[in-house]
Design a protein around this ligand. Structure first.
Ligand code: NAP
Ligand code: F7E
Length: 339
């Protein structure tokens, strides 16, 4: 029988890659997306599945809507990817972020328990739950210490996932994923902001971009590798929680340097602190300025993940390296800007 999957947040980056993966495995895929949002399915188009995914109106804030989608679509697996996912915005909208990211997951789990506790459930958890962790790299056993409303909301959803598994016997997995990027990444996030901005600068369509902390470090992988890990979690014999990560951290500065080289900019750093900037040596023009507004409060411990458990139990490992990722994203944005 054809397996049925419901992906909440299907219009997002991971939603598109996961929909493509599940369709390639023969699933019927229903994608949840907010009815209120000006729905844009460009990512589904980009990966060539816009005609194959059935879109259902789904709002994380609305329990009865969630239950009726599950009753109607009868999924065997639910991947809860929907969220207010921008960490910096969560400082401005902590209550809304909590309602969607924390209670949204609880609403889905509650609907699963009521309608069919045999549905397998994946929760999109995050390295932001580690926040100011007391060790590095972070693994499934590292104590959580979130430092953003987003991280706090996701931690509630994580514990609800664990609780529905332990108390109610739901096959529920929490995937604790470190940053993963792609040409489908939103422009709010630093990697795509850089590739999109530098491509425009290289073609003379823009002068400069503004960034925050150039020395902030993240563990960046490729989104298409990570959705494979999500699927593997729900196929395993026993539900559990898994970190997915590359195990290597890089700085925003490292990312800028690879992208600049890829799009043909000759980048050099000058100055220090808030006065630091990047120039293009060929033209002498400033292409990166620092803007304090893009600094985050409380970025203390470098976030870098230990995915040994996922490697051992799921056979998962990321394929794309950091420099391949930066180059792939830069080349794609250069092509888009040339069009
Ligand atoms: P994304 O591109 O921001 O996609 C999230 C989607 O959620 C949006 O497209 C939006 O779609 C939907 N959404 C937002 N609020 C909603 C609401 N109230 N009700 C229903 N849908 C809502 O995020 P992503 O990068 O694909 O990440 C997928 C998930 O993994 C998110 O939960 C994120 O927090 C988590 N995560 C991401 C990363 C990463 O590095 N990418 C790492 C760890 C965890 P509509 O506007 O169409 O409704
Ligand atoms: O920031 C630094 C910033 O916004 C990465 C989400 O998918 O991954 C993502 O959250 C780093 C931070 O991603 C700018 O301070 C410097 O250290 O791309 P980002 P994020 O906040 O790590 C996690 C795992 C998720 O779960 C989230 O949903 O880059 N940074 N300058 C900047 N960041 C931004 N956005 N803009 C800057 O100008």
């Amino acid at each position: 029988m054809t397996r049925r999957a419901l992906i909440t947040g299907v219009t997002g980056q991971d939603g598109a890659y996961l929909a493509r993966l599940l369709l390639s495995k023969g699933y019927a895929v229903v994608g949840g997306s907010r009815p209120a949002a000006a729905r844009d399915i460009w990512r589904l188009r980009e990966v060539g599945v816009d005609r194959d995914v059935k879109i259902a109106d789904l709002e994380l804030l609305d329990s009865s809507n969630i239950l009726s989608v599950i009753e109607r679509e009868r999924p065997d697996e639910i991947y809860n990817l929907a969220a207010q996912s921008v960490v910096s915005s969560s400082f401005q909208t902590p209550v809304l972020t909590g309602d969607a990211d924390a209670l949204g997951a609880a609403r889905i789990l509650e609907a699963v328990r009521k309608f069919n506790p045999l549905i397998r459930f994946y929760q999109a958890s995050t390295s932001e739950m580690f926040g100011d962790a007391n060790e590095s790299p972070q693994s499934e056993t590292t104590p959580f210490c979130p430092r953003s409303p987003y991280g706090v909301a996701k931690l509630y959803a994580h514990w609800m996932t664990v609780n529905f598994r332990n108390v109610d016997g739901v096959f529920a997995c929490s995937g604790i994923l470190f940053n993963h990027e792609s040409p489908l990444r939103g422009l709010e996030f630093v990697t795509r902001k850089i590739t999109h901005g530098f491509a425009a600068i290289a073609l003379g369509n823009r002068d400069c971009i503004e960034l925050g902390n150039l020395d902030a470090r993240r563990d960046w992988g490729f989104a298409a590798d990570y959705v494979e890990g999500m699927w593997r979690m729900l196929q395993s014999e026993k539900p559990s929680d898994y970190v997915l990560a590359t195990g290597r951290s890089h700085s925003v500065r490292d990312f800028c340097e690879i992208v600049a080289e890829t799009v043909g900019l000759d980048l050099a750093w000058q100055g220090v602190g808030i006065d630091e900037r990047a120039i293009d040596i060929k033209t002498g023009r400033t292409i990166v300025r620092i803007n304090k507004d893009f600094y985050r409060p409380n970025e203390l411990m470098p976030l870098v993940g230990n995915a040994t458990k996922a490697q051992r139990e799921l056979g998962w490992r990321p394929a794309m390296t950091f420099s391949e990722l930066a180059r792939t994203m830069a080349e794609r944005d250069l092509k888009l800007a040339q069009r």
